[in-house]
Design a protein around this ligand. Structure first.
Ligand code: 5GP
Length: 132
């Protein structure tokens, strides 16, 4: 899929949002749903997704309302505090498009922490998941 492809309502995260597929929920409000990544690369690896049809970060940044953007990023901060990684440190990642290995085309932010992460940003989390 290209970075300009339209939103596909059958993507996995859309199905999780609709309750058609299960998830290990961490947080939910009117703006966002957060759940554990199925293949965690650290003790805390939570995905935060907006409640709206946005293909990627670029799509979200360009099209989401100010209220949605503020509500979503507040939810990301809440997830970090709720999981405790705000005290030890964490990384937030949003993969956009092919070069960044985006594999699910519903915008999502990874909240990763719970251990010391690699200082090599460009290598995480896909290429070196064991040291991300
Ligand atoms: P990205 O698109 O940013 O490269 O990564 C998508 C992430 O979604 C991956 O870290 C992958 O492990 C996670 N993922 C893919 N399918 C599922 C699923 O069905 N459930 C959950 N909880 N995570 C998933």
């Amino acid at each position: 899929m290209t970075t300009t492809a339209p939103y596909d309502k059958t993507n996995i995260f859309a199905r999780i949002l609709r309750g058609e597929l299960p998830c290990k929920k961490v947080f939910e409000n009117e703006f966002a749903l957060a759940f554990e990544d199925i293949h965690p690369s650290a003790p805390v690896h939570v995905l935060v997704i907006p409640k709206g049809e946005f293909v990627s970060f670029d799509d979200f940044a360009a099209k989401a309302s100010e209220v949605m953007q503020a509500g979503f990023w507040r939810a990301v901060g809440t997830v970090a505090r709720q999981t405790g990684v705000d005290k030890t440190g964490y990384r937030i990642v949003a993969n956009h498009g092919a070069d960044a290995h985006q594999i699910v085309f519903h915008f999502h932010v990874h909240v990763i922490g719970g251990r010391q992460l690699s200082s090599k940003m460009a290598n995480m989390p896909k290429e070196l998941p064991q040291t991300a």
